[in-house]
Design a protein around this ligand. Structure first.
Ligand code: ATP
Length: 235
């Protein structure tokens, strides 16, 4: 289980997160929702230590990980799949995937993970030698998730995997997210598309101006008209 306790974080003088507390129980899918600028991406950045924690603590499997370097977070198999995909355009699909395993030495397991990734996203195997820049948006998202999976995550931090993609591709990607979860990876899913995220999540947090405005089981959030209207943009 990964737990954030009363975490605050800043960009210079701008406070992005104000004492947020979040739990990601082992094996669960937890979603972080909220408007633009609410602090969703910043929460993921804090977990992967790309944004420093100003105050509060972060605990993973009974270890205080609040002061670890980013590579130490990756070694604990907490892996960040960033917003806007951010694949390396001038590297091939294969090279992008290999980068995802850079801290690992378990060659056999890496091979197995690669074959799992190809079973999730067969198109990546077909495009292995192509530059990432030649892929469509959906394929790049698949590659970004594939690269994260090459870190053999126990906790996968997914930032807006649906952004800018056609509904059919989004559905495909969400199916795979569920499959990854069924195989034992906990998932923290940041989404603008609340209805979609709450369909697959167990639990949700709604961020407002860097604070947790509301939290609850996904089915509670999904079926509450008032919440849907005021927090999730209505239906
Ligand atoms: P979005 O969906 O637009 O990414 P978000 O909920 O993920 O929104 P964050 O990106 O976490 O929100 O931003 C939280 C706050 O921090 C916002 O006020 C934003 O303007 C600010 N912020 C984010 N990144 C930076 C940065 N690099 N420098 C300064 N301020 C930033």
């Amino acid at each position: 289980m990964l737990e954030l306790k009363q975490i605050s974080a800043f960009y210079g003088n701008i406070q992005a997160l104000d004492r947020i507390s979040i739990q990601i129980p082992e094996g669960s899918i937890v979603t972080l929702l909220g408007a633009n600028g609410a602090g969703k991406s910043s929460t993921l950045k804090v977990i992967s230590q790309l944004l420093p924690i100003k105050s509060g603590t972060m605990v993973y499997k009974n270890e205080d990980i609040s002061n670890l370097e980013p590579n130490e977070i990756v070694k604990r198999r907490i892996i960040h799949c960033p917003e806007n995909r951010q694949v390396f355009p001038k590297l091939t699909v294969e090279e992008n995937l290999i980068i995802g395993s850079y801290l690992r030495r378990d060659k056999d397991q890496i091979k197995k993970d690669l074959s799992d990734i190809f079973s999730y996203f067969p198109i990546l195997k077909e495009r292995l030698k192509q530059y990432a820049s030649t892929l469509s948006g959906g394929e790049q998202q698949m590659l970004a998730i594939g690269r994260a999976l090459m870190g053999n995550p126990k906790v996968l931090l997914l930032d807006e995997p649906s952004l800018g993609l056609a509904p059919i591709i989004v559905n495909q990607i969400f199916e795979i997210i569920q499959e990854i979860n069924r195989k034992g990876t906990s998932i923290l899913l940041v989404e603008q598309n609340a209805n979609l995220a709450l369909r697959i999540a167990d639990y949700g947090y709604i961020l407002e101006n860097g604070r947790i405005g509301l939290e609850g089981r996904a089915e509670f959030l999904r079926n509450n008209d008032e919440i849907s209207k005021y927090y999730l943009g209505g239906k």
